[in-house]
Design a protein around this ligand. Structure first.
Ligand SMILES: Cc1cc2nc3c(=O)[nH]c(=O)nc-3n(C[C@H](O)[C@H](O)[C@H](O)COP(=O)(O)O)c2cc1C
Length: 199
């Protein structure tokens, strides 16, 4: 059975436009043999990464205090969910020209030297098995393909660092530019989802 890690990062949880795109993607999946592992980052409310938490990663598991074991356990559990997934589907709103801070807090628990990537003489090498990642991006304005779209290169590079290179984007843009623009954006995004799923 295919295991799909579904990551929503809208501050509106399921009501978010990006979460609705994720729902639309999941509805259109062919076959019914899938197991969904849902991670709602708005509900999870991961705190900013601290020195204490990062230091706990560096200590051998058998030598950790209870507090350090709990702190390291947060990242370990999130990494296991990523490793166990055959595919990842991400709902990603644009907030203030970047990714939601909750999403960044998730990435900060995943990008871990020695766990998800390692440094070598030739630069970093990813340690996570490659898998398809589909990003359903919701935006009030129109940015794809411009220098203001910091999300697309960031996501490609950060997953690439961990060894994940099969990243696809679906954009619903101009959602705050009037009803007609929003309707057109959703319909174009849904067409793109169908195209992706037919490949
Ligand atoms: C705090 C905040 C910041 C935003 N910043 C941007 C922005 O920089 N660029 C943009 O195109 N839209 C911006 N928007 C609009 C959202 O991208 C848009 O409403 C999108 O549909 C939100 O997705 P969601 O409903 O899944 O949260 C912002 C919205 C919020 C709430």
């Amino acid at each position: 059975m295919k295991n799909i890690l579904v990551v929503n990062s809208s501050l509106n949880s399921d009501a978010g436009n990006s979460s609705k795109l994720v729902a639309s993607y999941l509805e259109k999946l062919p076959g019914d043999e899938v197991k969904l592992d849902i991670l709602d980052l708005n509900e999870a409310q991961l705190p900013h990464l601290t020195q204490k938490e990062m230091a706990a990663w560096m200590i051998a598991p058998e030598e950790r205090t209870r507090e350090q074991a709990e702190l390291a356990g947060v990242s370990d559990a999130l990494l296991s969910r990523l490793e166990e997934a055959d595919e990842v589907v991400i709902g990603l709103p644009m907030y203030n020209l970047g990714v939601p801070s909750t999403f960044k807090a998730w990435i900060d628990r995943l990008a871990r030297a020695g766990k998800s990537f390692k440094y070598t003489e030739n630069g970093p090498v990813g340690l996570i098995a490659d898998k398809p990642v589909t990003v359903l991006a919701a935006r009030g304005g129109v940015y794809a393909g411009t220098e203001y779209d910091t999300q697309t290169p960031y996501i490609r590079h950060i997953f690439g660092l961990m060894g994940i290179t099969k990243v696809n984007f679906v954009y619903a843009e101009g959602l705050n530019m009037g009803e007609e623009a929003a309707a057109n954006a959703f319909s174009a995004a849904n067409e793109k989802i169908i195209e992706l799923l037919s490949n």
